[in-house]
Design a binder for this molecule. Structure first.
Ligand code: ZN
Length: 69
């Protein structure tokens, strides 16, 4: 996965997982957020098919990703 730089401070955005609490079915979002200041940039990917694909790749390589909103 390529990194995306924060438009404000140019720090590579951190990839986190965000879980939706409201949805009846459990939804997982991919969140890209600036590690310096979350107000700089916060980007959500919520296409569940795509998210699953990415998650499978991530799980294959590392299992430390996690996080909560
Ligand atoms: Zn930033």
């Amino acid at each position: 996965m390529k990194t995306i730089a924060c438009p404000i401070c140019k720090t590579p955005l951190q990839v986190r997982l965000a879980h939706s609490r409201k949805a009846k079915r459990k939804k997982v979002f991919i969140m890209l957020v600036c590690p310096v200041d979350g107000r700089h940039a916060r980007l959500f990917i919520n296409d569940q098919t795509y998210v699953r694909q990415v998650l499978d790749q991530l799980e294959a390589s590392q299992k430390e990703l996690g996080g909560e909103l």
